[in-house]
Design a protein around this ligand. Structure first.
Ligand code: ZN
Ligand code: ZN
Length: 368
C-alpha cells in the first residue's frame, strides 16, 4: 500500500466525518508525494461520496516548481496555482463540494488558518476546518527498508566526519573552526546540508547541552562535545561524541564511564514493544547509581528521519511503545555547571531483537 493510501485509510477510521485533509508541512508533503519544493499544499479527499473517496490527492504549488513538481510528484495530481497556493486549494475544495477539512494543528499558524477560512468564503466557514493531530508525523515514525538504507548512509557519513575531525582538534583552535572543518568535509562528501547547527562545546562550555560552536578556543585540558548531523537524500543523521584534550581528572574520567554505561544500557533496552519510558529509565538508573542523575537534565532520545526531531520521544513518562522500524537516538549526558559536560549519542534502528546500530564509530575514552 502506498503511503498516501495508508494515510487515507487511517483518516477514514479515525476521522470518518471529515471529507478531506489539508497538509502543508514540507516534510509531510515530501514523504507522501516525493515533492521537495518549499511551497506546497496537498489536499487528500478521504470520505463522503464514493467518487470522492477514490479521487486522488492533489498537490498545489507555485510557478517556480512547474518542472520539478511534474518530475518528482507521485500519488497526487499536480496543480500549479495562479495565485496563492492555499487560496487555490480552497477553490478546488469548493468546486469538489467538499464540506469539511482537517488541518495539521501543529504546523498551521493562526494567520494561515485565518487565510484558509477567508478563502472558503463559506457562510459556515468556521465549521469547515477542523484541527487534527499530526497523523503523517505518526506514520513517518516507522521507516521502510528504503528509508533505513538512506539513514544508514547519512549516519555512515557522520561517523567518517567524526574520525576526520579528530585530526584537527587541538588546544587554541576556535570551536567555530572545528565546526567549519566538519561542515566543509560534509559538503565535500555530498551532504545536502547539516541537519542542525553543529555543536562544538569545549572546556566549561561543554556543560551547555546545546552549546553551538562559538569563538572560544579549545582548552589545553578539558572535554570537547561534538554533536552534529548531515542530510543525505533528505534524511538526517545525528550523533555525539565527547573527547578529552590533555590528561583528565579522576572525576572527569569516572563521569565519562558512567555516561557511557548509561548510554549502552539504554541502547540495550531498545526493542520492539518496550515503552520509551523504560528505555529512558535504563539510562537514568545507571546515572542514579553514580549520583549523577540530577545532572542528566534532558530526555534520553528522539526519533529522526526527514526531520532531526521526530517522534517517538524517549523520555520519562512516555508510555508509547517502540516499534520495529523506528529509528531513534540514545543520548544521555551529564552537565556540571561551571565544570564540564559529557554526552554520547548513537542512532539505532528498533527491531524485534537487538537494535541495529547506525553509528558504530568508537565511543571508548579518547584523550588527545
Ligand atoms: Zn545530536
Ligand atoms: Zn539528538
Amino acid at each position: 500500500m502506498t503511503r498516501m493510501k495508508r494515510l487515507r485509510a487511517a483518516m477514514q477510521s479515525q476521522f470518518p466525518s471529515l471529507d478531506a485533509l489539508l497538509l502543508t508541512h514540507p516534510p509531510d508533503v515530501r514523504y507522501l508525494t516525493g515533492f521537495t519544493g518549499s511551497n506546497a499544499a496537498v489536499v487528500l479527499p478521504i470520505s463522503g461520496a464514493p467518487a470522492r473517496r477514490k479521487t486522488s490527492a492533489v498537490l498545489f504549488t507555485d510557478g517556480r516548481y512547474i518542472e520539478q513538481a511534474q518530475r518528482q510528484t507521485q500519488d497526487a495530481t499536480v496543480v500549479i496555482a495562479q495565485g496563492p497556493v492555499l487560496r487555490e486549494a480552497c477553490a478546488w475544495m469548493r468546486r469538489k463540494n467538499i464540506r469539511s477539512c482537517g488541518f495539521d494543528a501543529e504546523h498551521t499558524t493562526v494567520a494561515t488558518l485565518d487565510t484558509l477560512r477567508n478563502s472558503m468564503g463559506h457562510r459556515d466557514r468556521r465549521k469547515f476546518f477542523h484541527p487534527v493531530p499530526p497523523v503523517v508525523a505518526f506514520q513517518r515514525q516507522v521507516k521502510s527498508a528504503e528509508e533505513i538504507a538512506k539513514m544508514r548512509a547519512a549516519a555512515q557519513l557522520g561517523c567518517a566526519l567524526f574520525e576526520k575531525v579528530l585530526t584537527v582538534l587541538e588546544p587554541g583552535k576556535r570551536e567555530t573552526e572545528v565546526a567549519a572543518h566538519l561542515e566543509f568535509a560534509a559538503r565535500m562528501a555530498g551532504a545536502e546540508a547539516m541537519s542542525f547547527a553543529t555543536i562544538v562545546a569545549s572546556g566549561r562550555r561543554s556543560a551547555l547541552p546545546h552549546g553551538h560552536a562559538s569563538t572560544q578556543r579549545l582548552p589545553r585540558r578539558g572535554f570537547v562535545v561534538l554533536d552534529f548531523g548531515v542530510m543525505l537524500s533528505g534524511y538526517c543523521s545525528d550523533m555525539t561524541r565527547t573527547v578529552h584534550l590533555g590528561p583528565a581528572t579522576g572525576s572527569e574520567r569516572s563521569a565519562y564511564d558512567a555516561v557511557l554505561e548509561a548510554q549502552m544500557a539504554a541502547v540495550a533496552a531498545v526493542r520492539d514493544g518496550v515503552t520509551c519510558a523504560a528505555v529512558d529509565e535504563a539510562a537514568r538508573s545507571v546515572l542514579r547509581r553514580s549520583k549523577l542523575a540530577e545532572h542528566f537534565t534532558h530526555s534520553t532520545g528522539h526519533g529522526l528521519g526527514l526531520e532531526i526531531h521526530e517522534g517517538p520521544r524517549i523520555a520519562a513518562g512516555q508510555e508509547q511503545r517502540l516499534q520495529a522500524g523506528m529509528v531513534v537516538t540514545i543520548e544521555p549526558g551529564v552537565y556540571l555547571p561551571g565544570r564540564f559536560g559529557i554526552r554520547i549519542e548513537d542512532t539505532v534502528v528498533v527491531t524485534a531483537e537487538k537494535p541495529r546500530m547506525l553509528t558504530p564509530v568508537t565511543k571508548a575514552w579518547i584523550e588527545l
